[in-house]
Every structure is written in C-alpha cells, then in structure tokens.
Design a protein around this ligand. Structure first.
Ligand code: AMP
Ligand code: MN
Ligand code: MN
Ligand code: MN
Length: 281
C-alpha cells in the first residue's frame, strides 16, 4: 500500500541515510504530497528540508520523534505541526541532545566492557556526522570493525532491549515530552505502539497516561505493521478517542525493503490527525 501522506521518517539529522533535501526530493518522486521528517530528538530535518519542499510543491509538516520513558520502557512520541521556533521545543531539543551525548558515553562503556573493546568515541561520533548520535551509529561502527557479523546481531546481542547498550538513563518521563509538544503548539502522537513489549493491560495504562498528559494521536498505519496490527491500533484509537497518524518510519534503503509512503491502508473508522490542518491531506 502506498500513501500520499507520510508523517514519520528520518534524515541525516538523526539516523537516516538521506539529507533532508534529498528525502524531500525522494518523497516528491514517490508522489507524496504531505511529509513530516521526524528525526530522533531534533527538528533539524524539518528546518533543513523546508526550502526543497517549497520548490518541490510538497507540504512539509514540522516533526520530531522524542525519546522518553514510561513504566521503565523506552517509548517514542512523535511531535507534529508545532512551532519550530518555540523556545520550549528548542530547549527540549537541547536537553535531549545532551542526554544522547551522555548516553553515548555510557553505551560505549557498557558495550565496550562486554566486547572487551575500547570504543573510539570520535570514530563513533563520525558515523553520526555531527547530528544526533544513537545506537545505529554504534552498530555501524561495530559492523565495520567486524565486532559483529551484522546490524541485526549488533542489536540482538549488544544494543537492543534488555542488552548492555539499551541505556535509558537520561530520557525524560513521557508526560514531559507530551507537554513540550503541546506547549509548542503541536500534536503529540504515540509512535509504533504495536512494537512495545507491553501486555494489553500495560499498553492501555500507557495510553491512559498519554491521553491524560495531552497526547492526541496514535500511529494506526506504520511501515512495518501488518493489517492485523493496524486494526488493533485503530481499535485502541477509537477506545481512547485518539486521532490516527500514519508514517513509514523510513530510514534509508536496505532496511526492511521499506520506502517513503509504504504502509498499510489508513483505517476507515479513525479520524486522521491531519483533518484540521490547512493544506494537508
Ligand atoms: P536510539 O535512538 O539510539 O535509541 O536507537 C534506536 C534506533 O535504532 C531506532 O530508531 C532504529 O532506527 C534503530 N534500530 C532499532 N533496532 C534495530 C535493529 N534491530 N536493526 C537496525 N536498526 C535498529
Ligand atoms: Mn531510528
Ligand atoms: Mn521510533
Ligand atoms: Mn522513527
């Protein structure tokens, strides 16, 4: 299924392969009319992609994917259509960047101990290219030095959930990041809730807290989601009276064969998050 609206993807401003302008170009070529670049903990993708979007005739919505913690689990909240010049958002980006930098040191320490390898942090940072540093940059470093046979193993053995590199220290509580988005005039969207390893009861409790904090939408169509998962998310959106969002979470080619706009059909009985936006949809 191909959508003309993609509200979740990554550029080189975080762990994506393409610069914002290239991403916008690709979106235009793929017939996408409304795009949000939602880099991890930075709105730089939006800022750097705006000029190209105007030239390509694409509606670029401001976007960010904020890392936070709820119930001991790392949760991602997508912020959409906020004021990128808002002092609250700028402060949030600064705080999240500092948290990422500090976390990177801890990841190097913990995974280094496990691997018996002294990470060259300048080299790891080079993979991030001066932008938001994250676990995928560690994975690429490890792969290039043959410390792991693949990216998948880098995550399954060292960086993924419950492994030494899964460092949550420093991420703010979910209610805080929802508030930052709302105070910046945007909509807070619960990202890929089908991926959190929560029981139904726990996920419901999480969505209750999310809505209470001011969260307004849930991703109901997502790149790596089957129709069954999409139906489950749509049912939760209706239950919690949340709007629905959709996005591929495209990071670059060679990742799950995904591309911009690729996702299940948007569920018919959910109100799209863009229903009240000018120029979108
Ligand atoms: P971080 O932002 O540092 O917490 O890193 C999380 C990011 O790692 C996610 O946004 C994905 O882009 C990436 N990621 C997670 N699991 C995997 C995996 N198994 N293989 C490749 N990339 C992954
Ligand atoms: Mn990512
Ligand atoms: Mn995410
Ligand atoms: Mn993402």
């Amino acid at each position: 299924m191909h959508s003309e609206i993609d509200l979740h993807c990554h550029s080189t401003a975080s762990d994506g392969s393409f610069a914002p302008a290239v991403l916008v170009q690709r979106a235009a070529e793929r017939g996408i009319r409304t795009l949000a670049i939602t880099d991890h903990d930075t709105a730089e993708g939006f800022r750097q992609g705006q000029k190209e979007a105007q030239a390509a005739g694409i509606t670029l919505i401001s976007g960010i994917e904020l890392s936070c913690v709820w119930g001991g689990i790392t949760v991602h909240i997508v912020g959409l259509n906020f004021d990128p010049d808002s002092p609250v958002m700028k402060a949030a980006e600064q705080a999240q960047t500092a948290a990422r930098d500090h976390r990177a040191e801890l990841i190097a320490e913990r995974v280094g101990k496990r691997l018996q390898h002294a990470f060259d942090m300048d080299a790891v940072r080079a993979y991030a290219g001066g932008a938001q540093i994250g676990r995928p940059h560690f994975a690429r470093y490890m792969l290039d030095r043959e410390l792991v046979p693949s990216m998948a193993v880098a995550f399954s053995k060292y960086l993924g959930a419950g492994k030494p590199g899964d460092v949550k220290a420093g991420w703010p509580p979910m209610a805080d990041v929802v508030r930052w988005i709302v105070e910046s005039g945007g909509v807070a969207v619960m990202a890929h809730a089908h991926l959190y390893k929560m029981t139904r009861t726990k996920l419901r409790a999480c969505l209750t807290d999310f809505a209470d904090a001011g969260g307004r939408a849930l991703e109901v169509a997502y790149g790596q989601m089957d129709n069954n998962q999409s139906g489950q998310m749509a049912a939760l959106a209706r239950e919690f009276e949340l709007l629905g969002s959709c996005g591929s979470d495209f990071h670059g080619p060679n990742r799950f064969g995904l591309d911009l706009g690729v996702m299940p059909a948007f569920p018919k009985d959910v109100t799209p998050v863009w229903h009240s936006w000018q120029n979108a949809g």
